[in-house]
Design a protein around this ligand. Structure first.
Ligand code: C5P
Length: 413
């Protein structure tokens, strides 16, 4: 059985369907919370016939969500955010009707909409009358949902509240807890077992305690790559400079400020199978950083002396010991993109370079901070020109290319 602490700080969105087994869900909430998980709950309209939102919110310690059209909730937290911010969606009890709506992609209430509006993993604990469970329609829905990646806890055989006997009883709370722990521990996908290290965002290089040198990097592309790698099953460490992006789900994030801290965090993370340096690391830092705020009253202009920062990409690429099998750099250029990027690949000693043009377009919108990117993937064996895509799509395609490369070169030194 999984370690009880594996639920610590995990976020569960519990979707409570309308069945008599809903009373067991109250105990499930307690079991999850005593293991350190936080639980938010959505109740369907019929769930509220069996147990009250008041008892659920007393146990979760959170507001209970019931209505798709509650505008206050949409302002506080939209249904999309509600399901995406969770580590796992748990449907308990999953009634025949709710399973049918999930299987067909309905979105006619808050519960079904939250389930449709996310790619967060889903675990369902079915509960229904034995004949409903055995009905070909339900079995068809279950098969479809399994194919869609939904996992199941139960149902169990036994006496049912309706007086019949057979499969259809909701799994017991502790059985559901074990299934939740197993599902959260599970990493699937072509990058399962792969350790990925990625840098993202700018660095801030201090001038004095209140001023720093920075650049326009938003971290959007690097963060999207970290999320894409984790989605394919990689154990992913993201070393992020100061950004406004939220920490991606399923990724361990270490926040740093300066290039030196970023390098230190990367070196501490080794060994890794793949390293992707997407951060816009400041090339220089101020060597004569002031211990106190520089004052203009002192007259004259401050004299800043610059010193070169460590090059994280070159350092990782040139390691003799523990060099990741695949090291990928970025080349953000404003002219002669391909030539500069090809030269950069050789100079830094990395395996691939993701090159992009960061000059502003006619509208004045730039790639830095924007949502779109047009990249060229430069490898020893040649170049791939990718069409303009959303940064999330670039991230998915790059993660797939990484998975294909690591699979092909598996076992090679
Ligand atoms: O040298 P330049 O900044 O153009 O190279 C860009 C690539 O090098 C990016 O992959 C960036 O993350 C990486 N880099 C780094 N450390 C630096 C400077 C750049 O890792 N100090």
């Amino acid at each position: 059985m999984a370690d009880a602490s594996s639920l610590k700080n995990r976020k569960i969105l519990l979707i409570i369907g309308g069945g008599i087994a809903a009373y067991k869900t109250l105990d499930l909430i307690r079991r999850l919370r005593e293991r350190g998980a936080s639980v938010r709950a959505i109740m369907t309209r019929s769930a509220q016939e069996f147990i009250t939102p008041l008892s659920v919110s007393s146990l979760t310690g959170e507001k209970v969500y019931t209505d798709l059209f509650d505008l206050t909730d949409e302002a506080e937290m939209g249904h999309i955010q509600l399901s995406r911010s969770a580590d796992l969606l748990v449907v308990a009890p999953a009634t025949a009707d709710l399973l049918a709506r999930m299987a067909t992609g309905r979105a006619d209430d808050l519960a079904s909409t939250a389930l449709l509006a996310t790619d967060t993993p889903v675990l369902a604990a079915p509960a229904m009358n034995v004949r409903m469970w055995l009905h070909p329609a339900t079995q068809r829905n279950i098969a479809q949902l399994r194919q869609d990646g939904v996992s199941f806890a139960g149902p169990n055989d036994g006496d049912m509240a309706c007086g019949e006997y057979g499969p259809g009883r909701m799994a017991e709370p502790l059985e559901i807890v074990s299934a939740i722990e197993a599902r959260l521990a599970e990493k699937q996908g072509p990058l399962k077992g792969v350790k990925a290290l990625i840098t993202s965002g700018p660095t801030h290089e201090p001038i004095d305690p209140v001023r720093y040198i920075a650049n326009r990097s938003s971290g959007k592309q690097g963060h999207a790559i970290a999320a894409a790698l984790a989605k394919l099953g990689a154990e992913t460490l993201l070393v992020s400079g100061p950004v406004n992006e939220p920490d991606p789900l399923g990724v361990t994030v270490q926040h740093v400020q300066t290039a030196r801290q970023m390098l230190e965090a990367c070196e501490a993370a080794l060994p890794a199978d793949v390293a992707i340096c997407a951060a816009a690391v400041a090339d220089w830092r101020v060597d004569n950083e002031a211990g106190q705020k520089l004052k203009k009253e002192n007259g004259g202009l401050p004299e800043l002396h610059f010193i070169e920062n460590p090059d994280i990409l070159a350092t990782l690429s040139k390691l003799n010991h523990n060099r990741p099998r695949l090291v990928i750099g970025f080349a953000a250029e404003t002219q002669n993109v391909i030539e500069h990027a090809t030269a950069k690949r050789a100079r830094k000693g990395c395996d691939w370079i993701v090159a992009n043009d960061v000059s502003t377009d006619a509208s004045g919108a730039g790639v830095m901070g924007g949502d779109m990117n047009t990249i060229h993937l430069i490898k020893a064996e040649g170049r791939e020109d990718w069409p303009q895509m959303a940064k999330a799509a670039v991230a998915d395609k790059l993660a797939q290319a990484i998975a294909a490369h690591l699979t092909q070169t598996k076992g090679q030194a």
